[in-house]
Design a protein around this ligand. Sequence first.
Ligand code: TYD
Ligand code: MG
Length: 495
Amino acid sequence: MEVPASWALWPILASAGRTRTARAGPRRRSPILVVMPPAKPKVAFVCQQCGFDSPKWIGRCPQCDGWNSFVEERVVPPPKGRDGGARAPRVAIPLADVPSSAEARIPTGIGEFDRVLGGGIVPGSLVLLGGDPGIGKSSLLMQASARLSGRGRILYVSGEESAAQVKMRARRFGIDGDGILLLPETDLSTIIETIRATKPVLVVIDSIQTMTSDAIGSAAGGVSQLRECTARLLEVAKGEEVPIFLIGHVTKEGAVAGPRVLEHIVDAVLYLEGERFHSFRVLRATKDRFGSTDEVGVFEMSESGLQEVADPSGVFLEERGRGVPGSVVVPTLEGTRPLLVEVQALVTPTSFGLPRRTANGADLQRVILLLAVLGKRAGLSLGQHDVYVNLVGGLRVREPATDLAVAVAVASALRDRPADPRAVFVGELGLGGEVRRVQRLASRLREAERLGFERAIVPAASARDLDGSALEVVAVKDLREALARAGLSDGGRPS
Ligand code: TYD
Ligand code: MG
């Protein structure tokens, strides 16, 4: 084989290159001193809803789809990593030897609150309580503080209300305030020093959005401030072994950063929800590092503060009109707790343009899907009708097990015939109209029985797992069958 001439030249060229570099030697330093202007603080545009940051302003956040939520903020460089330098190894503790007193809980004595917290407050935990403005967050934590004040000092930091305002509310709720120390302050460093000095058993920060740390130049309520303040409070909670509750407002687009950006920093996240003009409030845990997030607590607002509702099903059904078309009761499950809720539907002819669909307490997209299933699988045409669905009591239920009850309520409203008032309906609906299995049917039916119901229309697949019930259990496979058993098929009578 003949070697091309260019190949033969390679080693020569390569060595020539090397010699040239070697001869050039190190570069000489320039003697001119250049004075640089001080580095400009780095700024970024941060989405106030989810914390996404971008070097440029954008109208719509690519992460959370929020509109007009970007605000310019100073960016704080993350703390320097600790990777440099050698370290001595530490002794890891065997899991079995960790003292279990580390997870002892302090019950507040407010049963519904403790239930959501998994039995009580964990020392050294940082808990975020979120909710719409005016929903009752400050009230709930003031009441919890009053209950715990027997155990030691409580530090209630109020960045929103003056001491006099807080006192007024406390007096209205019958709280004398012994043992509760009030600190109207928004400067985080001052607050932390006060926590160290007073050694309280519980700290409430009302609200985290009003706090400012001087390490950050931006205004209170911005994402950087929120994150910094929360991270520093987490350190204090762990270091001082004191539980800290943060109140956070959930706000509409962009005004103040929402608690969502804090969810991953804190140990537990609770949300207080409810309809503004209803008196019921539901406390729900969406994250809990110390326990399950299954439980909900139900409260009712009153002149003297939030009252526990021990029998929510009974309260939710109190005003039910029997034999009204469009009213159906469903045994839902909130965590491990069965709750009977009335679903109401109203169907009226559309008078103009597109038919309207409205859902209160139920998910609107789900309702629209159920209307499609009713149309296609049960032959109920709703194209010329407005449909309104409402869960009574201001409760928000997202469980698919309510599907069957919503569908039956709509069918009942459309036919203007009441569904069987002694029966409860439960089941998830598939797109084929099939009624699908639900969890924990037995405990749902026990609750229905306790409240005096006599029949239950349930998914056939779940009925098989059930061993006996005091109710008459009617197992159905699909929507048509369920409507027939409810006396709602075309011209049908109850069977
Ligand atoms: P508040 O706890 O201040 O709401 P948030 O801290 O979530 O913004 O409650 C709002 C108002 O409602 C307040 O004036 C007190 C009043 N309220 C009652 O009168 N009774 C109650 O049971 C609750 C929860 C609040
Ligand atoms: Mg408040």
